[in-house]
Design a binder for this molecule. Structure first.
Ligand SMILES: Cc1cc2nc3c(=O)[nH]c(=O)nc-3n(C[C@H](O)[C@H](O)[C@H](O)COP(=O)(O)OP(=O)(O)OC[C@H]3O[C@@H](n4cnc5c(N)ncnc54)[C@H](O)[C@@H]3O)c2cc1C
Length: 563
């Protein structure tokens, strides 16, 4: 019998709500569900919302009765915000989140590097916005609750999974005992300690790094802007690194490395925590300032991924599929991209619009993304927590030279999470004009946003299926193109035509964006009327043409949805 805690988690700024468990009332679940999702973290909930957007119902099974403990992921990237815009929670985050774009690296009391994250006037969202993960989970849950295609079951713990050829049999434990649930597909979004991954005895590839970091969230009134602060080799913590971030609701995160050999238990002792936080606050100019602890935890850096996310009828996603270091804000931000990708790939397979090779494509693309992140993140980890020998020597050289030498300072650059480009995806059209474009997002890239007017951006108008951006100043979309679009829609494929460039509504287009200043044409490298881009349901580019015709569109759609 599973009895999750009904005691609200402690927090000085977030009022935890305890939800009622979903109880089986003594019945087996007779239905074979299309998709069941184990876990209601960022990966599980965004997958459920994406599936619903594509018309696929799901059951979310989650073991706890409340949102996760502590702030956890606090920095969300622009691409994450664009994904969260698609599932309708972006405005909740921008209402309270703290946007920022500068980072400062300090050494020996001197600021040795100031990073500026690029911010294009065509972007709706800042490079990064800070918000505690409990709020994000709350907003995602409220979106799930408002969605009739999502059956959300608090207090339902996935105990065991039997993987069959055509379905997964899931043993679910609740406060009323166990029941069996059958689903065509089970999404394992049960987090970094995934019990499903352990039950299947799956090995992850990659590395775990030595050394521990403490995260402490404190309420303190520091009159500092929202910028990332990094302190290398501070006097109170020699040889180690300290990071600080401002969070909403008067909270600051202090994140510091432990001296070698110190245990997590020792590090979290109240007197030890207190003296280190006091030392850090004194070092930045606030000795004796009053503060209050909200939450503390210890973590270590790991760069691990499953080499394949699909195991018969079980699909791993988010932290259950890979473990990424939080330097460079890679955990939750990667989980959103995984979930957005999984949502549309799985929905099209479940709805019979593509064959199982589409799911293999999802796994290949997202394993590729994880491996790219691991390679990038490994560099950050080796700089932040250098292993002995050459890495230590290099870091010490960079630190000491940076006091006087400008040229080494960019080595501090903080490589943040960025969206993976599916440059070599099997879904990219092989006979289009991608190679001869000189500007604009290319094969596999996420789309370029464009400001169209006050509070009006290109990406606000896209999403929910395939998008055909058709550039024309004419009055109508050619009949032969409309015929292909009608055929695709007849098969159940969501495909929308957005005509860009004409002042009056273009006949046959679902919407017309005037592009009076020609910004869309410029950003997409358009040379003539009749050019077009095809965006997949996750908005990544899969084809682009200088001149589109019906045969070319049909070819691209057939490649993007293999049967
Ligand atoms: C201490 C800490 C600090 C972090 N800081 C950062 C940060 O600063 N930046 C960043 O980007 N990331 C950070 N992360 C990582 C980030 O929180 C995760 O990457 C993110 O939450 C991953 O989302 P997920 O949905 O894959 O997994 P999780 O958020 O872990 O969600 C897993 C879900 O599965 C549920 N579950 C588990 N087992 C079962 C089961 N058997 N049956 C049913 N449900 C189950 C859990 O209750 C939970 O709802 C941090 C993580 C931790 C632990």
């Amino acid at each position: 019998m599973h009895h999750p805690s009904a005691e609200p988690r402690p927090s000085i700024y977030y009022p935890y709500q305890v939800f009622k468990p979903w109880l089986p009332q003594g019945h087996a679940d007779p239905v074979r569900h299309r998709v069941a999702i184990a876990g209601s973290g960022p990966a599980g909930m965004v997958t459920a919302l994406e599936l619903a957007r594509h018309g696929v119902p799901s059951v979310v099974l989650t073991s706890e009765l409340q949102f996760s403990q502590g702030s956890r992921a606090i920095c969300f990237t622009r691409r994450s915000m664009e994904i969260l815009q698609q599932v309708g929670v972006d405005h909740r985050i921008t209402d309270v989140g703290l946007p920022w774009r500068f980072g400062n690296s300090h050494y020996r009391g001197q600021r040795v590097f100031r990073m500026e994250a690029p911010h294009d006037p065509d972007d709706r969202f800042f490079p990064i916005i800070n918000l505690q993960q409990q709020y994000l989970e709350q907003y995602l849950f409220e979106a799930c609750r408002a969605q009739p295609l999502i059956d959300f079951r608090w207090g339902n713990k996935v105990e065991r999974v039997h993987n069959h050829r055509d379905h997964a049999e899931v043993v679910v434990d609740t406060p009323q005992g166990e029941y069996i649930l059958h689903a065509h597909w089970l999404v394992a979004a049960d987090g970094g300690r995934s019990g499903i991954r352990s039950q299947f005895n799956l090995q992850m590839e990659g590395a775990s790094y030595e050394g521990f970091f403490v995260i402490a969230d404190i309420r303190v009134d520091l009159p500092l802007p929202t910028e990332r602060l990094a302190y290398f080799d501070p006097e109170w913590n020699p040889g180690n690194t300290v990071l600080m971030h401002r969070e909403p609701h008067g909270i600051w995160r202090v994140d510091y490395q432990l001296p070698p050999g110190e245990s997590p238990e020792e590090a979290l002792r109240p007197d030890v925590l207190q003296s280190r936080i006091n030392a850090q606050l004194a070092m930045i100019g606030y000795p004796g300032i009053q503060w209050e602890l909200d939450w503390s935890s210890v973590y270590s850096a790991r760069t691990l991924t499953l080499p394949d996310f699909i195991h018969q009828r079980v699909i791993f996603t988010g932290d259950a599929a890979h473990l990424l270091p939080i330097f460079g804000v890679r955990g939750a931000n990667t989980a959103f991209q995984d979930a957005q990708s999984l949502g549309w790939h799985l929905a099209h397979v479940v709805r019979g619009l593509a064959g199982p090779q589409l799911l293999r494509n999802h796994s290949a693309e997202r394993v590729g993304a994880a491996r790219e992140i691991i390679a990038e993140a490994g560099k950050s980890v080796r700089f932040m927590t250098p292993p002995a020998g050459g890495f230590q020597l290099l870091r010490n050289a960079v630190l000491s030279l940076s006091l006087t030498q400008e040229f080494v300072r960019p080595l501090y650059h903080w490589r943040t999470s960025r969206p993976h480009e599916y440059t070599h995806s099997a879904l990219n059209c092989r006979h289009d004009d991608n190679a001869t474009y000189t500007n604009g997002p290319s094969h596999g890239a996420p789309p370029q946003n464009v400001k169209l007017g006050e509070d009006d951006y290109l990406l606000d108008h896209l999403g929910g299926g395939f998008d055909l951006l058709y550039f024309t100043r004419g009055s109508a979309v050619p009949e032969d193109l409309l015929h292909v679009v009608a055929q695709a829609r007849g098969q159940g494929i969501a495909l929308r035509i957005t005509a860009i460039g004409a002042c009056a509504p273009v006949a046959g287009a679902d919407q017309t964006l005037p592009d009076a200043q020609g910004r869309c044409r410029l950003r997409y490298g358009i040379q003539a009327d009749g050019a077009a881009y095809l965006l997949r349901p996750d908005q990544h580019i899969c084809a682009r043409w200088h001149q589109l015709d019906a045969a070319r569109l049909l070819d691209a759609l057939t490649t993007a949805l293999p049967r």
